[in-house]
Design a protein around this ligand. Structure first.
Ligand SMILES: [Zn+2]
Length: 346
């Protein structure tokens, strides 16, 4: 696919096309931005535009052998590196070194795409750094990351950073409408697409997730219960903590909780609803009602919940017991309310 078909990333698209047209391509690019907004796709589109044998207006044709091989991830001058078991390890960096030690086979350059580059472990990151420090005139590295602040500063300083942004809801709807979804998702209604786009927060990955009705129902149930925690009993809070801890799609779970706390803080400050121009936020009547209900808690307690949830999110993966962590945060909403009531503030 040509770069012209990259939806919702005007700035990144224009800069990439400009590099192709002027044939000025840096050795290392970093595509940074949220998950599911087109970074992987853009990397392959850029590889196509650079490698295409019959460019049209400085963009990929989409039909020559290079374009087709890149689309199918079978192009001999392209290597895609993906984390194995949540890590990119030294062996994979050794593969990269081997791959770039050979001249391009068919094109003008060899292209290395490193997905989720923040998953490089320490040893691998240092080995990659050494590689990036050497000049390779016929190699292009494209690092992709939704948490690029976790990359070594020394690696970051070697990259030209291209920011990717959350997709506008209308763009999410447009993409969903253009996809062949029936075989995997069954009958999709316009309302289903609108809901998925509303809950996606501008990420295609999450939009596809919320296209499944059971996921939408799970989160409606979860957010409904979460928003009622200020009136709940301790045992209801612990039940909800268990529900959250057992949920497999952690990225979505934390994203939704983060968005919810963000919105409740705005509401507590009387700003919710005045920020409607931000078309990437979650906004459904159900969501707004839940936000406004929860925002009755004092701002200091809301800040503390947000802070604690963000600490749990950062700690996942380093052996944190999620059940206990959620227990602590969710029950603090109940006990925090009690303390405040005792103090006569509420
Ligand atoms: Zn082509």
């Amino acid at each position: 696919m040509p770069l012209a078909d990259l939806y919702g990333q005007t700035l990144a698209r224009e800069r990439l096309l400009n590099m192709v047209v002027r044939n000025r391509v840096p050795q290392t690019l970093l595509f940074a931005g949220p998950e599911g907004v087109g970074k992987n796709l853009a990397a392959r589109m850029f590889a196509q535009a650079l490698s295409c044998r019959q460019r049209v207006d400085g963009d990929a044709c989409g039909s020559c052998p290079a374009c087709i091989q890149i689309e199918r991830k079978l192009y001999p001058d392209m290597l895609i590196v993906t984390a194995e078991k949540q890590q990119i390890k030294i062996g994979q960096v050794a593969e990269i070194r081997e791959f770039i030690s050979f001249a391009p086979l068919v094109g003008e350059r060899r292209i290395v795409i490193i997905e989720d580059a923040h998953k490089l472990n320490n040893v691998a990151a240092n080995a990659l750094l050494k590689t990036l420090e050497e000049p390779f005139p016929t190699v292009l590295f494209i690092l992709l990351s939704h948490r690029h602040s976790l990359l070594l500063a020394t690696i970051l300083s070697r990259c030209l950073l291209l920011p990717f942004v959350s997709l506008h809801k209308a763009v999410v709807v447009e993409i969903l409408e253009g996809l062949e979804l029936a075989s995997e998702y069954g009958e999709i209604t316009a309302a289903g697409i609108a809901d998925a786009a509303a809950w996606s927060g501008g990420s295609m990955g999450r939009a596809l997730f919320f296209l499944r009705e059971e996921n939408l129902l799970w989160f409606s149930d979860f957010i409904g219960k979460f928003s009622r925690l200020p009136q709940a009993t301790l045992s209801q809070a612990l039940d909800l903590a268990e529900m959250a801890a057992q949920f497999k799609e952690r990225e979505v779970l934390f994203f939704i909780m983060r968005s919810f706390l963000h919105d409740t803080l705005l509401a507590a400050r009387g700003l919710y609803g005045s920020m409607r121009e931000d078309d990437m936020r979650i906004e459904t009547p159900f969501w707004s009602e839940a936000v406004l209900a929860f925002a009755a808690l004092p701002e200091s307690l809301l800040m503390s919940i947000r802070h604690r949830l963000s600490a749990v999110e950062k700690a996942q993966g380093i052996n944190v017991n999620l059940r206990l962590a959620f227990d602590a945060v969710f029950s603090s909403i109940v006990t925090g309310r009690d303390k405040i009531q005792l103090a006569g503030v509420l």
